[in-house]
Design a protein around this ligand. Structure first.
Ligand code: AMP
Length: 404
C-alpha cells in the first residue's frame, strides 16, 4: 500500500506519522512516532493509530547525534521492520517567509531559498531543513513537500503585515507573519463540514496549546493573527510571554547585562505560564494547584485571550463564530468556560453540559455567537497537501480551491 511520511523536526526531537493512501486517494493514519532526546538520550517511540505500541527503544548517543540521524534511524526502522517505503515525505517548515503562500515541492533551489529564512526562525528553521537536505542528497527519488506555518497568513492585508518601523526593515523581512497556520487551515477546512453556515463568515479560532495564538478568519482566509515576526508575540504561552513591551527587553539588556542569546532563552523558555506561576508550563498542573501564583497565571492567560479576542473582533468588525482547538482548547472545559465568560459581551453563551462533555458545539441554542471545539490535525493537513501536490501538482489549500 502507498504511504506518505509526515515529518515535524525540531532541535531535540523528530515527530513523524505514516498515512496510508487508499485507491480513492483517501488518507488513513497508520503510525505515530517520535525520536526524542537527540544528542542526549535518544529514544524511539511509536504506536499504531489505535494506540497499540510498536516500538520503544533507546539508542546510543553516537548513533543519533542530530536531527538528520534521528530521521534516518526512524526511516530504517520503518523500512526494515514494517516494510514501509513512503512514496513521498511532507515536512512541517515553520517559515516560508514572505514568498510562500502555499506548500511547495522541494528541490535544491527551494532549500536554498528557505535557508534565507533561518534568521527569522533560528530555533526551528535549521532543524526543519536539515532532514530535507539529507533526503535530497541521499534519496533524491522520494518527492518532498514543504508545508509552512506562515503560509495560511499570507492573505493578510498590508495593515496586518506591517510594524510601524522604517520600510527598509519590512523589505528585509521584518513583518507580522503569524504562525500555527497549518492548524488554522485544518480548522477552517473542517469548519466547512461541521458548521457550513458560519464557515464563510467571520470566525476567531483560538489555538491554545503549549504554543498559543488566535487567528481572525474571514471567508476561510486569515486576516489577522496574534502572532507576528516570531512565535513570541500575542497570547501568553507555556514558556513564552506573549505580548510584551520591547522596553522590557531593553531593560534586560541594559540593566541586567543579558546578551541577545540570554534574552532569547529567557523569552522562549522561562516566561509565560511557567515564568508567571514559578511552577509549571503545563496547564494541567496549574489547574490542580492552589498556589496563588498558579491561580494568577491561569487568570492572566484567560484575561489576555479575552483582550486579544476583542482586538480580532475589531479586525473582523464582528464575529459569527468562535472556535477552540489544540491541547488546552480541546481538553479543558474549565478554561473554555472561563474564556466563554470573558466573551459574553460579544454574545457568547456556553452550554455547561455540552462544554463539560467536550461536544463539538458547546454554545447554548440561543447564543448569539456559536462556539465550537474542533480538534486540530496539522499532520493530516501536511499529508493532504503532500498527496495533492503529488497527484496534480497543486496543494490542497482553501485559497487554491477557491481560486480554481
Ligand atoms: P499542545 O501543545 O497542543 O499539545 O497542548 C499542550 C497543553 O495542553 C499543555 O499545557 C497541557 O497541559 C494542556 N492540556 C492537555 N490536556 C489538558 C486537560 N485535560 N486540561 C487542561 N490542559 C490540558
Amino acid at each position: 500500500m502507498d504511504t506518505i511520511l509526515v515529518v515535524n523536526a525540531g532541535s531535540s526531537s523528530v515527530k513523524f506519522q505514516i498515512f496510508a493512501v487508499d485507491g480513492d486517494a483517501r488518507l488513513q493514519r497508520q503510525i505515530k512516532g517520535q525520536m526524542d532526546g537527540i544528542g542526549s538520550r535518544p529514544r524511539l517511540r511509536a504506536s499504531a493509530a489505535n494506540g497499540d505500541p510498536l516500538a520503544d527503544r533507546a539508542y546510543p548517543i553516537e548513533r543519533v547525534p542530530d536531527v538528520t540521524a534521528a530521521l534516518e534511524v526512524a526511516g530504517i526502522w520503518l523500512k526494515d521492520e514494517l516494510r514501509i517505503n513512503p512514496i513521498a515525505v511532507g515536512h512541517r517548515v515553520v517559515h516560508g517567509g514572505p514568498e510562500y503562500e502555499r506548500p511547495v515541492r522541494i528541490d535544491h533551489g527551494i532549500v536554498a531559498r528557505l535557508e534565507k529564512f533561518v534568521p527569522l526562525a533560528p530555533l526551528h528553521q535549521p532543524y526543519n531543513l536539515a532532514p530535507i537536505r539529507s533526503l535530497l542528497e541521499n534519496r533524491a527519488d522520494i518527492p518532498q513537500v514543504a508545508c509552512f506555518d506562515t503560509a495560511f497568513h499570507r492573505t493578510h492585508g498590508a495593515l496586518a503585515d506591517h510594524y510601524a518601523v522604517p520600510f527598509q526593515l519590512y523589505a528585509e523581512g521584518v513583518r507580522r507573519y503569524g504562525f500555527h497556520g497549518l492548524s488554522y487551515e485544518y480548522v477552517a477546512k473542517t469548519l466547512r463540514q461541521v458548521a457550513p453556515e458560519v464557515a464563510n463568515g467571520r470566525v476567531i479560532v483560538a489555538h491554545l496549546g503549549n504554543g498559543a495564538s488566535m487567528c481572525a478568519i474571514r471567508e476561510g482566509r486569515s486576516v489577522e493573527s496574534t502572532m507576528g515576526f516570531t512565535a513570541l508575540d500575542g497570547l501568553p504561552m507555556g514558556t513564552r510571554p506573549g505580548q510584551i513591551d520591547p522596553g522590557v527587553v531593553l531593560y534586560l539588556i541594559a540593566r541586567k547585562g543579558m546578551s541577545a542569546a540570554d534574552v532569547q532563552t529567557f523569552l522562549y523558555r522561562d516566561c509565560g505560564l511557567k515564568g508567571l506561576s514559578g511552577i509549571s508550563n503545563d496547564m494541567r498542573e496549574l489547574l490542580e494547584s492552589d498556589d496563588p501564583h498558579a491561580i494568577l497565571a491561569i487568570e492572566y492567560f484567560v484575561h489576555r485571550i479575552g483582550l486579544h479576542a476583542g482586538m480580532l473582533a475589531a479586525a473582523l468588525q464582528g464575529i459569527d463564530a468562535f472556535v477552540f482547538t489544540a491541547g488546552i482548547g480541546e481538553n479543558s472545559a474549565h478554561i473554555r468556560a472561563r474564556i466563554g465568560e470573558k466573551l459574553s459581551w460579544l454574545g457568547v453563551e456556553l452550554d455547561a453540559a455540552e462544554n463539560a462533555r467536550h461536544a463539538g458545539s458547546i454554545s447554548r441554542p440561543g447564543s448569539r455567537i456559536p462556539v465550537y471545539v474542533v480538534p486540530t490535525d496539522e499532520e493530516l493537513m501536511i499529508a493532504q497537501h503532500t498527496l495533492a501536490l503529488l497527484m496534480n501538482g497543486q496543494p490542497s489549500s482553501p485559497n487554491r480551491e477557491r481560486a480554481s
